[in-house]
Ligand binder design. Structure first.
Ligand SMILES: [Zn+2]
Length: 302
């Protein structure tokens, strides 16, 4: 009798093991293969098409959202962003929107079909206040899904906290990491330490940049302050991301006073620095040497 019971229990164990193994492999087989990156196109068939690349790593981590092409006369920005569309992420998530304002990019002008898109983010959502409203609403939805937000630009001259020259002064934008506030107090009592973050990103970038004239500096526009030199930025994408959605948001600005391959190199160095700082891991990141970038640009033209 004891023998029968042993055989019965053993049989049960073997049967349950088989059920487990078969169901395990069946469930694996039913998981659709991961397409990485996934590309979602919005407003297809219109002049305002927006491609959004979503690249998710196997390991969980932070989500970094990279915008560019909000201004169409800043080719360094959108040509840098599109280099991240094919990055293989191991940990964390990248969302890349290389050409947010396609009409502006195609015209190579700051404005697209209705003025400066980076001055519309104070407007209410889902209201048809401008032909660009639907694109701004899409950008706002994406911002809500991110932990960190970048907006890539190119500006004239070189930012400097002190007035050095006509080209290098507090009103210039080139070679800086722009923040809207040094510290932002969250409703739960925590703080977003933007200045600390932007300084760390600048330090990482400047460790790679050989020529000191192109070092990145932190440009705190103190946008909400009465004394701000840049009150117009209260209508910008990064201000919305910080003040309305409480995200760590930076605008990365390369100078326009350099070659296109150099500008892409500087913005790639800065973006790679952000990726390292937030703890996203990738198999490899875009190369930063201008020679490689020049070759990439030539290849695209042919
Ligand atoms: Zn810009």
């Amino acid at each position: 009798m004891a023998n029968h019971r042993r055989i019965f229990i053993l049989g049960c164990i073997v049967f349950l093991s088989l059920v487990f193994i078969v169901s395990y492999f069946t469930s694996k087989r039913n998981v659709p293969p991961k397409i990485n990156p996934t590309v979602q196109k919005y407003f297809s068939g219109t002049s305002q098409e927006v491609s959004v690349y979503l690249i998710t790593g196997e390991e969980k981590g932070p989500t970094l959202l990279i915008f560019a092409g909000i201004h169409g006369d800043e080719a360094g920005g959108y040509l840098t962003a599109e280099r991240y569309a094919a990055v293989k992420v191991k940990k964390g998530t990248l969302i890349v929107v290389p050409r947010l304002n396609l009409p502006a990019v195609l015209k190579k002008t700051r404005h697209g079909i209705s003025g400066d898109m980076n001055r519309l983010f104070h407007m209410p959502e889902r209201k048809n206040y401008s032909p660009d409203a639907k694109v701004v609403d899409l950008a706002k939805d994406l911002i809500k899904s991110a932990d960190y937000v970048l907006n890539l630009h190119q500006g004239e001259g070189f930012y400097s906290p002190k007035w050095i020259s006509h080209k290098r002064n507090p009103l210039r934008w080139g070679q800086c990491n722009v923040i809207d506030a040094p510290i932002f107090d969250l409703p739960n009592g925590d703080k977003l330490e933007l200045a600390r973050f932007a300084e760390k990103v600048a330090a990482r970038s400047n460790a790679v940049i050989k020529d000191k004239r192109y070092y990145f500096q932190v440009n705190n526009t103190n946008t909400a302050s009465r004394k701000s030199l840049h009150k117009e930025q209260r209508r910008s994408l990064t201000y919305y991301a910080l003040y309305k959605q409480h995200k760590t948001a930076l605008a990365l600005e390369s100078t326009k006073n350099c070659s296109l391959s150099q500008a892409i190199s500087f913005l790639t160095i800065a973006t790679n620095s952000v990726i390292a700082e937030v703890g996203i891991l990738a198999e490899s990141l875009p190369r930063t040497d201008p020679a490689t970038i020049r070759a990439e640009i030539r290849e695209k033209k042919t």
